[in-house]
Design a protein around this ligand. Sequence first.
Ligand code: FNR
Length: 180
Amino acid sequence: MTKTILGLSGSLRRASFNAGLLRAAADLAPEGVRIQTGSIREVPLYDGDLEAESGLPQPVRALQAQLAAADGLLMVTPEYNNGVPGVFKNAIDWMSRGEGLALFVGKPVAVIGASPGGFGTILAQNHWLPVLRTLKAALWTEGRLMVSRAGSVFDDQGNLTDDKTRAQLRKFLEGFAARL
Ligand code: FNR
């Protein structure tokens, strides 16, 4: 039976390396696995008044429905100031509201990321740890993928062109898929 992974990129940038890494992941998904890409673009800033008055915004409910239907979650995170990008944290925070909290419990989650620097989002990936622990997600830790020097492995449109990195990504996905 086909397994589904919901893939989320934490960047809104058109030529984003992280969105490109997610596209490459969707291309390289192992047999029997489909990576469905969700979008955080329309998620508003979290506002408890908005939530109390109007409930969960439609883009948040859409992401929750995708997560509910998925066997696992692949988070592709940029690194901002040695931490997670606010837009991505904001989306995950919204997704954890209402019925959403239960969706994360026990859900296999993998975190990868790309950055132009030499450390390839290692600190952002670490910053997700307490968040995922709080959500009681089942973080997959057997593989790690930190794509550094992104400018030399992606093209101008953010497509992952480097064969070695694509092979590393494929291996990572095979490992994660085996966990689903
Ligand atoms: C960055 N960037 C960055 N990179 C990094 O490796 N460590 C860091 O701490 C930071 N800090 C940082 C802060 C802010 C506010 C911005 C906007 C950027 C650079 C970042 O990795 C780069 O812009 C990537 O291209 C962002 O990912 P996308 O948009 O290409 O997916």
